[in-house]
Design a protein around this ligand. Sequence first.
Ligand code: ADQ
Length: 456
Amino acid sequence: MTRRIVVVANRLPVSWDGKGWVTSPGGLVRALEPVLRRANGSWVGWSGNTGEPPEPFEHDGISQRPVSLSEEELESFYYGFCNSALWPLYHDAVVSPQFHRHHWRPYRRVNERYARVAAETLHQGDIAWIQDYQLQLVPGMLRTIRSDVTIGFYLHIPFPPIELFSRLPWREEVIAGMLGSDVLAFQTSASVQNFARAARKFGRAESVGRRELEWNGRVIKLQRAPIAIDTDQFERLARSEAVQERAAELRRELGDVEHVILGVDRLDYTKGIDLRLKSFAGLLDQSREHPRRFAYVQVAVPSRESVPAYQDLRSEIEQLVGHINGTYGEAGWAPVSYLYRSLAIEELVAYYVTADVMLVTPLRDGMNLVAKEYVACRRGNPGVLVLSEFAGAAEQLRSAVIVNPYDVDGVTEAMRRATEMNYGEARIRMQRLRRTVQREDVFKWASDCLAELEAF
Ligand code: ADQ
C-alpha cells in the first residue's frame, strides 16, 4: 500500500487570484503536483498572503494546510535569509551573500512553525517530504516532535562546495537540521558529495557506505535524484493544432528570419541572461552584412522584485536589450524581443516549437527544467540546445552543445555552430536528448525518491 505523503514546502501549490485558488506556475509545483494527486497527499506551505492564514482546504484533490507568515517575516525570512543569503551562497556566490543575524532568527522561527504544522498534519507511519533551502531546519525540528514518521528532504538548488558553505555563520545548525532526515536527496552527484563533506566537517557525521552517513546513531541515506518534467504533457501540447498554428504565427511575427533563438528564465542573476545577450550581440556583429538572419526572444518571468539585486539586474538587462536593438536593429525591426512576463503554458510551448536554437546558459542552476521542456517539445523538427556546463541538467543532457556561460565569445561561437549545424547531426543529438527526457520524467523522479523513503 502506498503510504500517505505530506509535502512541506515554502509555498502552497496554489495562490488566491481574488476569486478562487489557482495552481501556481513554476518548476517545483509543476513537478510535485501530479505526484501528490496520485498519492492522496497533503501539502503544507504558505498561501502567499500575509496576515491570518486561511483554514485548511482542498484543491484539485490535494489537501492544503496553510502556514502563516507576517509581513515582517516575509522580508526577513524570505527575501532576507532565503533569497539574499542562502540563494546567492548556494549559487557560487555570483552576487555577495548578505548574512544578518536579524534574518537568521526569523529563519529559525519560521522553520519551527512549518515543523509544527507538519507535525499536526502527519499520522503515524506517513512520509514527510520537505522541500528546498527555505526549510533546511525542518527535518531536525520535526524529528524531535514526530519520531514516528519517515522524513525526506529534497534540495532543488545546488549544495555548494565546502569552501563556500563554510562562510555561513550558522553552518553547524543548518547541517544538523538537514541531518534530521532519513533520506536527503539532491539534483546532482556533485551536490551529494559536497553535502557529505560538509556533514563530516560541520556535523561530525561519518560516511558508512556509498552514499550513507551515520549520525547520532542513525543511518542517513544520500540520494542523487535529478528532477524532471511531465514529458508527455509537453509533447502532447507541442503536437496540438493550436500550438502549431501559434508557432507559425510567432515565426511570421518575428520577421520570418532564418534562425529563431530563444531564452526562457525567471529573471534571476544566476541565469546568465546578461552575458547571453552579450554573446548574441557578438553573433550579430559577425553577420553585419546579413541583417535579419537572427531573431532572439528572451522571455523573463518577474521574480523577487523587492530584492535590490533583482531590481539592478532588471535594469541592466533592459539597457542591454536597448543597446543591442539600437545598434543592430532597423526601422520596424529589432533583433531582440524581450518579454518581461509569465506566459500561459500553451504560449510557452509555442515558443519552444518555434525556436531553432534554445539557450540555457545559467551561471549555476540546480537542474533547469526549461532545457528539458524544450527537448520534450522537439519532435520531428530537431532544433539545437545550447546548455551551460553549470546547470544540473548537463549531467544528464550530454548531447547538448555544452558551454561555459562566462565565456562570452565561446557562447557566441556555440550559437554560430548551433545555427550552422547540419540536419543530420542536430537530429542525432536531439534523439539522444529526447530518449533521456522520455525515460527520466517527473514520475520516475518521484517514484525514485519515494521508493527510498518507503524503504524506511
Ligand atoms: P527555477 O529557478 O524557477 O527552479 P527552472 O528549473 O528553469 O528554474 O524552472 C522554471 C519553470 O518556470 C519551468 O517549468 C518553466 O517552464 C517555467 N517558466 C519559465 N519561464 C516562464 C514564463 N515566462 N512563463 C511561464 N512559465 C515559465 C528551481 C531551481 C532549478 C530547478 C527547479 C526544480 O532553480 O534549478 O530545476 O527549481 O527543481
